[in-house]
Design a protein around this ligand. Structure first.
Ligand code: KG4
Ligand code: ZN
Length: 352
């Protein structure tokens, strides 16, 4: 089945064509130039740029895949969470294509798409633990099947990617911060300064990064002469330590010692190396998608859509965007767990 995947939830206009689990083409038009001078994403500007880019990006995806629009069997689109104005551009485009071609339409969660992006390259058996680290989320899941993700923990304040972006801004490095911090950290001296790690207790799968950001800010106020490279390195080490420690512990807790890591921050080389080392030590099987699949892209949306289509799911033309995660999945047996740690989560599909 040939699925068109459309992703416009934030500052990337992305369209891909996926046949079965094979990515034929994946085109991403980033909006860094639009938002860089503001130091972060400006929602209204993001929507306008999506509007300009969506048709050319889709045309490029078709050309690179060497297929015609009438070859498309189904259209998948990210419906949230994200910036609603930006998401609506992708939704309107996806609905138009599905309507004109008379093909099924399917809405997917951006978070589910990140987690299942690994299936373009590997087939981790269920269940597995999944760490989703992006600009908007830092979530740990127990993944039991396609579309069945149980939330084990999440950030209580900033997402890891958001912390990278904010600290890059404090250091005057620019936007987007993640890749810039990584680049500067290479030049930083190990142990030049120590920054705090928020473990939140030995049992907790939650995260917190706002204290770390404040610690960086205080350090810079007290030591204006501090080398940005040293601070970038210490910051990256602190984030990586906590992400790796909790993700590996989650993989062990889930029982099968398997870990999938996804999302923009999973593009970070230091995180990838540290995960590989820790998983090797703890005998955990690690699955991390290639870098192009970690940052926002249309292929992950097409893949997540494919799994939903295979289960017979279809969306109507009333498919709507949503800005935040909804927690309203009712598990088999009808009993909802009450613990915050085990709050269940329905990734997409149901009505907002
Ligand atoms: O998944 P993504 O592309 O978009 C969201 O869903 O948010 O993630 C974007 C985030 C940004 O905060 C960006 O700074 C971060 O991922 N990021 C990185 C790296 N590349 C992107 N963070 C650390 N190191 C990187 N190499
Ligand atoms: Zn994302």
């Amino acid at each position: 089945m040939l699925v068109l995947g459309v992703e416009t939830s934030c500052d990337e206009t992305a369209v891909a064509l996926v046949r079965d689990r094979h990515v034929l083409s994946s085109v991403v038009a980033t909006q860094t130039d639009v938002h860089a001078r503001f130091g972060g994403v400006v929602p209204e500007l993001a929507s306008r740029r999506h509007l300009e880019m969506i048709v050319p990006v889709a045309g490029e995806a078709l050309a690179r895949a060497g297929v015609r629009s009438r070859d498309i069997d189904a259209v998948a689109v990210a419906q949230g969470p994200g910036l609603v104005g930006a998401l609506l551009v992708g939704l309107c485009f996806a609905k138009s294509v599905a309507y004109v071609l008379e093909r099924p339409l399917i809405g997917v969660s951006h978070l589910e798409a990140h987690v299942f992006s690994i299936f373009a390259e590997a087939t981790p058996p269920f269940p597995f633990a999944a760490l989703l680290v992006s600009g908007g989320h830092t979530n740990l899941y127990r993944v039991e099947g396609f579309g069945s993700m149980r939330l084990l923990g999440q950030t209580r304040d900033d997402a890891a990617g958001e912390a990278f972006d904010k600290v890059a801004k404090l250091l005057g490095l620019g936007y987007p911060g993640g890749p810039l911090i990584e680049r500067y950290a290479h030049e930083g001296r190990p142990g030049a300064l120590e920054l705090p790690r928020a473990w939140l207790g030995p049992e907790s799968f939650d995260f917190s990064f706002s204290g770390l950001k404040t610690a960086v800010s205080l350090h810079l106020r007290r030591h204006p002469e501090a080398s940005p490279a040293d601070v970038a390195r210490a910051f990256q080490e602190a984030v990586v330590d906590v992400l790796v420690g909790k993700a590996v512990r989650a993989a062990v807790a889930v029982g099968e010692r398997r870990l999938v890591v996804a999302g923009g921050v999973a593009a970070n080389g230091r995180l990838r190396d540290a995960l590989a080392a820790a998983c090797g030590r703890e005998n955990v099987e690690l699955f991390v998608p290639s870098i192009e699949l970690c940052t926002d892209n249309g292929a992950m949306v097409a893949l997540a859509g494919l799994f939903r289509l295979e289960r017979g799911e279809r969306a109507g033309l009333d498919l709507d965007a949503y800005s935040r995660t909804r927690a309203k999945w009712h598990p088999p047996g009808g009993k909802l767990p009450t613990s915050r740690k085990f709050r269940d989560y329905a990734p997409g599909g149901d009505k907002p």
